[in-house]
Write a protein that binds this ligand. Structure first.
Ligand code: SF4
Ligand code: SF4
Length: 447
């Protein structure tokens, strides 16, 4: 029997419409808008000014602390302005706007197609290089990669878990990357193993991607310590805690991190970016973006420069369909609807999903019938109906006591509720407030 995680989970329709679409490089746009905060942590500080000329790969904003990430120019051209803009979630952020001229890359970047397998850097230098190149988690979480690789004193990592699950319906960018850049991904995995000083890595892939499982299994035969781990189909297997459980059978206690059970998780897209950063000296200036939807003319996977307008990516796939009701950054389960489309692709943009008006219509909620379906599908062992209720009533002490902060916002509870209750919406509200209380408490404790 195939491995999977031990509690909860659902089986939404996969809808992998773009799985057969090979990755195509999108033309470089005329203007890019590059936010200085594309990651979890402190925004980077601009190191260029209006009127400066830049090349592809040049540092344009410097990491501002340990939990922060460098930002590099994805194009060559002239800095037009540095200004605030409203991002896809409605938040005001600073961005560096560059008018494109030509496509001149830094000479230090190796653009040849040669695959470089020998890893010459020492572990500490690998971590430093990954930090310099501005790498963040490419699965959407955008946690700076060098931080995850810096194992805290007193903790030991003995297993690297690579997330090739892509359990979100519709999304296919990781699937295509595994098919088209498999060897580079496995070299990236070997680099990460060296950085962490671990002998074992597991690449978890759900069995709805048999071509990727076969391809990587064949390639992995010539790599030391890498196991390709086929997994049963089950959402949200891509969650860190669920993936560790599925691959190596370790459960992470409430409030703890993967490193507390000796594991570090990275996405396959991050492993590929690690290969490019360490072996090719290439900063994170482009990524694969899946643009998809049932009424979209050409669901596709594009290689897109960071800062490219989302509208341009949609245009290349046939444009916004007339019946479009919602455009989501990410997948339908964990993604968030864009408030407007004049926003750039960023390091964490794994997909753009266009849903029709009919699909994006929410069903009318009715009273809770106490069926406990939401409880049985919660992969974190929570009681979603209760968390939603205490959040709605503002009972934040109770929400904290019921472990609201353990919620991974997978949406399985809302998906399964026969009364169509907007459980995750209420839980997110409560989580935001409890999170603020916890941060204030921690800050007060430090004084
Ligand atoms: S969204 Fe949160 S509460 Fe709901 S099923 Fe997922 S982890 Fe559980
Ligand atoms: S699934 Fe919906 S109806 Fe059933 S207990 Fe949970 S909230 Fe109530």
């Amino acid at each position: 029997m195939l491995k999977t995680f031990s509690i909860g989970g659902i089986h939404p329709a996969a809808n992998k419409l773009s799985a057969g679409s090979a990755i195509q490089a999108l033309p470089v746009p005329e203007v890019v808008k590059v936010p200085v905060a594309q990651h979890i942590g402190a925004p980077a500080q601009p190191v260029v000014a209006k009127g400066d000329s830049v090349k592809v790969g040049q540092l344009i904003a410097q990491s501002a602390g340990f939990v922060s990430a460098n930002v590099h120019s994805p194009v060559s051209g002239v800095v037009d302005k540095i200004e605030d803009f409203v991002d896809g979630n409605g938040y005001r952020k600073m961005a560096i706007v560059i008018k494109v001229e030509g496509d001149e890359w830094l000479e230090s970047i190796d653009r040849s197609a040669d695959i470089k397998r020998e890893i010459t850097l020492e572990p500490a230098d690998i971590v430093k290089k990954i930090g310099e190149m501005g790498l963040v988690g490419m699965g959407g979480a955008t946690f700076p990669s060098h931080v995850k690789l810096s194992v805290p004193q007193g903790k030991v990592c003995d297993a690297l878990i690579i997330n090739g699950v892509e359990c979100e319906p519709y999304l296919t960018s990781d699937h295509r990357l595994m098919l088209e850049k498999g060897e580079e991904i496995l070299i990236g995995v070997s680099i990460l193993m060296k950085a962490l000083n671990v002998a074992k890595a597991y690449v978890g892939i759900e069995n709805n991607k048999p071509d990727a499982i076969d391809h990587l299994t064949r390639l992995a035969a010539s790599f030391s310590g890498i196991t390709i781990q086929p997994l049963a189909l089950r959402y949200p297997q891509g969650g860190e805690k669920q993936l560790i459980d599925a691959c190596i059978g370790r459960q992470i206690p409430s409030g703890k991190l993967p490193i507390d059970v000796g594991a570090v998780v990275q996405n396959v897209g991050t492993a590929y970016a690690v290969y490019e950063a360490v072996q090719k000296n290439k900063p994170l200036i482009e990524r694969v973006v899946c643009v998809t939807g049932k009424t979209l003319a050409r669901p596709s996977n594009f290689l897109v420069r960071i800062g490219t307008p989302v509208e341009k990516v949609i245009e290349a796939a046939g444009g916004v369909p007339d019946d479009c009701g919602k455009v989501i950054g990410g997948g339908p389960m964990m993604g968030r609807a864009f408030t407007h489309l004049d926003v750039p692709v960023i390091k964490g943009t794994s997909g753009i999903l266009l849903m029709s008006k009919a699909e994006s219509q929410r069903a009318e909620p009715s009273n809770c019938i106490r069926c406990a379906k939401c409880v049985s599908v919660c992969p974190m062992g929570l009681e979603p109906f209760l968390l939603a209720k205490v959040s709605a009533k503002g009972l934040l002490d109770r929400a904290e006591a019921e472990h609201i902060m353990d919620c991974i916002e997978c949406g399985s509870c809302s998906f399964t509720c026969p009364s169509n209750r907007p459980l995750l919406d209420y839980i997110r509200l409560g989580k935001g407030k409890v999170g603020a209380i916890l941060r204030a408490r921690a800050a007060a404790a430090k004084k």
